[in-house]
Ligand binder design. Structure first.
Ligand code: GTP
Length: 188
């Protein structure tokens, strides 16, 4: 039996609020002054899905350029990637494609991607809402407008990731049950 908690990774440019989203989602706190993440850090987090507790390893990765060569090391075994941009920083939105490329070229399995457009609370948004929606829609990604500062949509983001993981796991389990039955039919 596999007792290792599924791994969820947060990726995206520096300063978009990855650490802050994790702190808000797991601890319901927010800090105006954060330090850039060095390499990566992990938090264990438990969520309730359909009345059952599911534990996750939530990996916070560094967005700074100097860490670009080590961040992909954390993609291995990821069950979901939350790719974050900031509504305050159009460059972080333009970087989404390169984060997806980096994810796909460093994983040998399908990793569901969820997009968090963070800092939704700021008045001066430099990313067009319609453009963000289209970008996510074109790639079949769920998009959340989050604010680690106010907490808006943060629980919904975590809940979606947990529920999606559980339903994908159940689908895979029932598929392999059918395949095993078919194999037995073939051999006997
Ligand atoms: P790296 O570790 O360098 O990759 O950055 P990060 O993506 O983890 O960003 P971090 O969480 O450290 O946040 C950077 C800054 O943005 C901090 O000053 C936070 O307080 C601020 N911040 C994070 N989320 C929000 C938000 O939703 N709204 C606002 N207004 N500020 C935020």
């Amino acid at each position: 039996m596999n007792h290792i908690s599924p791994r969820v990774i947060f990726i995206g440019d520096s300063g978009v609020g990855k650490t802050s989203l994790i702190t808000r989602g797991t601890n319901d706190t927010f800090n105006e002054m954060t330090s850039p993440t060095i390499g990566a850090g992990v938090t264990q987090f438990t969520m309730s899905v359909n009345g059952a507790d599911v534990s996750f390893q939530v990996w916070d990765t560094a967005g700074q350029e100097i860490y670009r060569s080590i961040v992909p090391l954390y993609f291995k075994y990821a069950k979901c990637a939350i790719v974050v941009f900031s509504f305050e920083d159009v460059k972080s939105f333009q970087s989404l494609n390169s984060w997806l490329d980096m994810l796909h070229s460093n994983t040998d399995h399908e990793v569901p991607v969820v997009i968090a457009g963070n800092k939704w609370d700021v008045e001066k948004k430099t990313v067009e809402l319609a453009e963000a929606k289209k970008w996510a829609n074109d790639r079949n990604c769920q998009l959340f407008f989050t604010s680690a500062k106010t907490g808006e949509q943060v629980n919904q983001l975590f809940q979606f990731v947990a529920e999606n993981y559980v339903s994908e796991t159940q689908k895979a389990a029932s598929l392999s049950l059918v395949e095993n039955k078919d194999k037995k039919k073939d051999c006997c």
